[in-house]
Design a protein around this ligand. Structure first.
Ligand code: AHR
Length: 334
């Protein structure tokens, strides 16, 4: 009898503990269904992603990286292409808030004007991750982290290479600049980094600077104008490969030899840009990696789990000369 009474007590304790655990796990399931899983309420993390557009080879590689990494990480991706318009991105983000996605990620086409919609996401309890491009919001609590390149550094490395390249030149070196999308972080920062670097050598002068909107067509059109307006152009600094590639057409059509008559510096290092560099048509590229997908998905999992993440995560990058491009090209992934 005594033994039986003693064995009943632990059994009751085990049953009580099981009931508590069961209640806890039901509650946890309920949370993940309302807080996550989107409207369908499944177990997968649902990410709403608003992409800038499809303006460049870099962007295509970035979109592919994000889609592939989401599939690999088991994250359900809702994807929207904003066609380089801020209003489309704001609309997409509002849709994701309504759909109660678990995480919102986006690459902001321009730096300003995000506070209202970011506040709406925060009030809805949906964490936001910035990827590729930054916003200029003073309130850093509006997003969890920013994963992307140091665009100022890319501009600075480009300028430093030019200083070395031109160290023995005599007389003014006339530079034209093809800027990225007006108001975008990469356009603002690359311009700043390049200008700061070349300020060390007063003979390096930017004689014209205009936006080609990060597209080949834009680069070609603006370069044609530059060539008409300025008889002596020594250097082109293009904020991305695509604009540089568009400018190549304009330079060749004007009877000049790209890479020789006009030194060409670009940013990105996508395959077409690297090919132009290896062929001697470009002279230098500062890399900007579009392969952000895997890191983005890791961050999404962490912020969804309520883990702390670093507020700024930088991407490792390098630079390429013509010789280095020849070596790297066969293994280039994008
Ligand atoms: O934000 C990254 C930039 O956007 C890339 O350098 C450019 O090619 C793209 O369009």
């Amino acid at each position: 009898m005594r033994n039986m009474r003693m064995s009943l007590a632990p059994r009751r304790a085990v049953a009580a503990l099981a009931a508590v655990l069961l209640a806890g796990s039901v509650a946890a399931c309920g949370n993940s269904d309302t807080g996550g899983g989107g409207e369908g309420g499944n177990d997968k993390i649902v990410m709403g992603f608003s992409q800038v557009g499809a303006e460049s080879g870099w962007r295509t590689a970035n979109t592919n990286s994000i889609k592939e990494a989401a599939a690999e990480a088991g994250i359900e991706l809702k994807f929207d292409d904003a066609q380089q318009k801020q209003e489309n991105q704001i609309k997409a983000i509002r849709n994701y808030i309504q759909q109660k996605v678990d995480v919102i990620a986006f690459s902001p086409v321009v730096e300003s004007g995000w506070d209202t919609v970011l506040k709406e996401a925060k009030d809805a309890g949906i964490p936001v991750i910035l990827t590729d491009r930054a916003v200029d919001s003073a309130d850093k609590s509006l997003y969890k982290t920013f994963l992307g390149s140091d665009f100022v550094k890319e501009g600075r490395l480009s300028g430093e290479w030019l200083i070395e390249e031109m160290k023995d030149a005599t007389g003014d070196v006339n530079i034209v600049e093809l800027q990225g999308t007006t108001g975008s972080a990469p356009a603002n920062d690359r311009k700043q980094g390049f200008a700061e670097a070349i300020a060390a050598d007063p003979k390096l002068k930017i004689i014209a600077s205009q936006s080609g909107d990060f597209t080949r067509a834009g680069g070609k059109q603006v370069m044609e104008q530059f060539l008409k307006a300025h008889p002596k152009i020594d250097v082109l600094f293009a904020h991305n490969d695509d604009m540089g590639l568009g400018a190549l057409e304009a330079i060749t059509a004007a009877g000049k030899e790209p890479g020789k008559d006009i030194i060409i510096i670009t940013i990105d290092a996508v395959k077409d840009g690297m090919q132009a560099l290896a062929d001697g048509k470009f002279n230098f590229i500062a890399e900007c990696s579009p392969l952000l997908g895997p890191q983005l998905m890791d961050l999404a999992k962490k912020v969804h789990a309520g883990e702390e993440v670093a507020p700024r995560i930088e991407v490792d990058e390098t630079t390429f000369t013509q010789e280095q491009a020849k070596e790297a090209l066969p293994n280039r992934k994008y």
